[in-house]
Design a protein around this ligand. Sequence first.
Ligand code: GLA
Length: 740
Amino acid sequence: MAIEWSAAAREFHLRNDQVSYVIRVLENGSLGHVYFGATLAEGKSYGHLVPGEFYGFSNRLGQPVPLEFPTGGTGDYRIPALTVELPDGSGAVELRYKSHRILPGKAGLPGLPSTYVDLGLEAETLEITVADHVAQIEVRLLYTIYRDRPLVVREARIVNSGPSPVIVRGAMSASLDLPDAGWEFVSLSGEWARECHVERLALRPGRQSVSSTRGASGHQHNPFVALTRPSTTEEHGEAYGFSLVYSGNFLLEAEVDSFGTTRVRAGINPDGFSWLLGPGAEFVTPEVVLVFSAGGLGELSDAYHCLFRERLASGPWRDRVRPIVINNWEATYFNFDEPKLLAIASAAHDLGIELFVLDDGWFGRRNDDTTSLGDWQVNLSKLPGGLDSLARKVEDIGMRFGIWIEPEMVSRHSDLFAQHPEWAIGIPTRPRTEGRNQYVLDMSRPEVVNHLFGVVSQILGSAPIAYVKWDMNRNITEPYSPTLPAWRQGEFMHRYILGVYSLYERLTRAFPEVLFESCAGGGGRFDPGMLAFAPQAWTSDDTDAIERLRIQWGTSLPYPLSSMSAHVSAVPNHQVGRVTPLATRAAVAFFGVFGYELDPTTLSVEERADVADQVAFYKQWRDLLQRGRFLRLRSPFEGDRDETAWMTVARDGRSAVVGHYRILSRPNPGPQRLRLRGLDPTAAYRVSTWPSAGQVAAGPAIPVVLGGDELMSAGLVLESNRASAERGDFRARLYVLEAT
Ligand code: GLA
């Protein structure tokens, strides 16, 4: 890995064995983008790939010039990275190279979550300062390249070097120009209970984007997109990934211009955003992770998985296998007392489950979702001994204890709202819109963050609490803070998220042993910003196994299995009413951070035995399932959409677990094979199936030992469902491979 600067060619080359990123100072000082892709030879100039000078009017010159951090008003009409309003009301900006530094390692971002280095030697950072002397604006562009990862991490810092305030109207983290438009725009879109469905559409002239204006990244679009060639598959072909390390209003946008080139920009959503930059002040954008893969979406995902698991997640839980939890939400909703909870914990412990999570309803007068958010005192009529007594009894049973909180919220019917109505976000002259009978606290106010730090610290210190599920169940409406002057209200949404980050930062620092799981009505804020503090997230409120095939498949494009909580729940499923076999529910949830969301005291003797077997299976393969290489084999979004297959393979290729799921049963099926990936072609693998005989049916009639070459090139022969015991919808089969 190295960052080269050629003074003669005025070129930067960030390079490792997997990718190159080349930047050129154009003749007039503009910062041109030359190349991002597979590694190019060092010590050479690539400047001839792009026009030498940007004069503006890219259409008139017939040469759309690729730029690193484009601005508007001087002839580049494509989407800008920076938009400002200068003291005289004008907005034209022309950024010219001023200086650069090459630094070892990677610095953190003030107030924002970020990827990091453990050892300085594993990465290098290039900082280029560009400036507009008329506008008196400087921008510091930061690029980090790691030694062993096919990616570049970018961020930008906007500095007002003039004597008067400037308004930043849009500040992207990065902009990337690609020389052609033969790309498809892959996004993860959906809604509550159907997050992260994969959408793939060809780019056309004009703009294509995903974004949020909700105050959270949102269920609707994830802050991740990929550009792929039409021929790109999981295994082959080019793919670029853009993943924004941010949890608030974001924008990821591609524009195809009139010359058939593509510009992608990623950053805070400029819609509704503005930031007053006083003299000498700096605005820090969140960082964006740009991955290039020539080996398809599978390789792209693996780059994100490794980075997010190893250098975004932090604290002691980064490297620990995660406990199997049982959560009482779908088991009891608000209707519980201590004996009921202890009965659940005790039954769960008998099955091998490791941690009991007390969900919503333990505080204030909360017996439904109309009251008490903000009143984080235990409800003694439900739990007479308080949290400490309950937690200790759960520990006596042999399990660890966790709780649910929703710190950013306040109910209209709550003591907190009575005391501090001004802390609830709203515009004084308008009624507040309610969502789930609750309001959002103004996290831009330091006193709110301080209050919540005190309250949550007090709870975490009051009992042996090992885990926290931090929920956030509604988006922001009437965005406004009376603490900001009228001309700074455009800062509110970003300041809100900075407040959330500061609370997370303080709590995770004060309670490093607590495992935090983020949640926002399921996957409504499942993003890298949250993963920096909470290494796992509740993937979706939809616990149906079949729905989860799509949700987990899509979520896995950028996010590792170690970040995706996945629970087995009761049937008929509470979100869709579907009845799926217990084994199928487990076979889907195994590919994530496994747990249960049901009342184990209601299980039959056979079901209890099955759950014990599931828990034992997960424990045996947990390390592999949480930290192995995840490979998607058959997509629930393609073909007849009736099948899904994926696998996790150990980094050394010595073991793997393959999941194959058939959604609807078919009469008289033909023979089927599934080609596996990531194995050692020279190894021989012992193949066994799960569930074992008795739970569903006998395993397939395949030889027990098969070669890695055969499994990858010819494929694994899948059992057919001709046997009557195999018939039925929603069937799953796992294949476990162990090198002999
Ligand atoms: C959200 C979460 C659920 C549950 C409920 C409790 O919907 O996503 O898992 O915690 O809140 O109110």
